[in-house]
Design a protein. Structure first.
Length: 357
């Protein structure tokens, strides 16, 4: 970790619109909701992570009820992720719990839940909030992406039990599904007015490549800023940078450079695909293209403030870190944004093949 710079210039030509929300109020509502459902206590690092900074920045055109629901959901998912880290050695228990949580979001709202499962009860409560703010199509998309994420968490838990980390290709396939970033897409779609955006449009190759590239960029930022935390909790072996080190024999500094280069290539791709989709004749697709990239600068804003990356409570120990200060720039530091050559990873290289004339 001595190779991590004190200051980091972050390439992001995507400018956020103004934030119209009372961020502190929304954060407080989310933290209090977690406490009411027994998922976390205010004041602990895991339960106070400034999620509202990122959510409200990314969804400036949403209703307040939508950003409150999505911020609560973000907390629910992050705290579940921490809880599952403590159970990583018990795959049967994790698989059974994943099934119960999928059922909580898919089954009838009145279907009984397992007793004393705080996570299922919390998700059931969120389900009613989602149904009120998302609309039928976007709620269905959220149900799907939530199931994908839970399955990805099982994949991640299985990978952690191996003697060696996954190869780069498997990691990239796994990272999309285990990061949970796909669950944020339906909130953007609903907030942008894309309530008719159906599964066919979201599965269209160009739309899907764009959506995955945007959200995977956020996952890469998470990998960079969560390294210190993961070293404490014992999960750093399945971070992109540790996977690169193992697969390609790179030291820490070289891994950071290679990962950062991939980040800048992804941002350049997002900008190109956004221009392409803004001219799409399907109104819902064009609306999504206009707002979805907000998640990238929103993720940067959140990473620069959240206690999740600077303080960890683990096994009774409290550890603090000093992450690099972020300097946002419209100019990349490593990669030429006009160079749209695909990276040497087939798992994501297909995104570049969807670039039109």
């Amino acid at each position: 970790m001595e190779s991590v710079p004190r200051e980091l210039t972050v390439y992001c030509p995507i400018l956020l619109p103004g934030n119209p929300f009372d961020v502190d109020s929304i954060e407080r509502q989310a933290v209090e909701w977690c406490a009411e459902h027994g998922l976390g206590r205010p004041g602990r690092a895991a339960a106070t992570m400034d999620a509202a900074v990122g959510i409200t920045s990314a969804l400036p055109s949403a209703s307040e009820s939508m950003v409150v629901a999505s911020t609560r959901y973000f907390y629910w998912g992050a705290l579940l992720d921490d809880f599952w880290d403590t159970l990583s050695g018990d795959l049967p228990r994790l698989a059974a719990h994943a099934g119960e949580l999928q059922r909580a979001l898919f089954a009838a709202p009145t279907a009984p839940l397992p007793r004393n499962d705080l996570w299922a009860a919390g998700l059931r409560d969120l389900r009613a909030q989602f149904a009120a703010v998302l609309g039928t199509s976007c709620f269905a998309a959220l149900q799907h992406e939530n199931a994908v994420w839970l399955n990805g968490q099982l994949w991640y838990a299985a990978a952690r039990r191996r003697e060696s980390p996954p190869e780069v290709g498997e990691y990239l396939r796994m990272r999309w599904v285990n990061s949970g970033v796909g669950t944020l897409i339906p909130f953007t779609a609903a907030a942008a007015g894309c309530r008719g955006l159906d599964a066919w449009q979201l599965g269209d190759p160009v739309v899907r490549a764009f959506a995955e590239a945007v959200m995977f960029t956020c996952a890469l930022l998470n990998d960079l800023f969560s390294i210190a935390k993961e070293l404490v909790t014992g999960t750093a072996a399945t971070n992109l940078y540790s996977v690169l080190a193992q697969a390609e024999g790179l030291d820490t500094a070289a891994c950071l450079v290679k990962g950062w280069q991939l980040y800048e290539r992804l941002v350049a791709l997002v900008v190109r695909l956004q221009r392409q989709l803004l001219a799409d004749p399907r109104p819902d697709v064009a609306l999504l293209a206009g707002d979805l990239p907000n998640w990238i600068p929103a993720a940067i804003a959140w990473a620069s403030t959240t206690s999740r990356y600077v303080r960890v409570d683990h096994e009774g120990q409290h550890t603090r870190f000093t992450p690099p200060a972020l300097v946002v720039s419209e100019t990349p530091t490593i990669w030429d944004p006009e160079n749209l050559t695909p990276p040497p990873y087939p798992e994501i290289a297909w995104w570049w093949s969807t670039i039109g004339p």
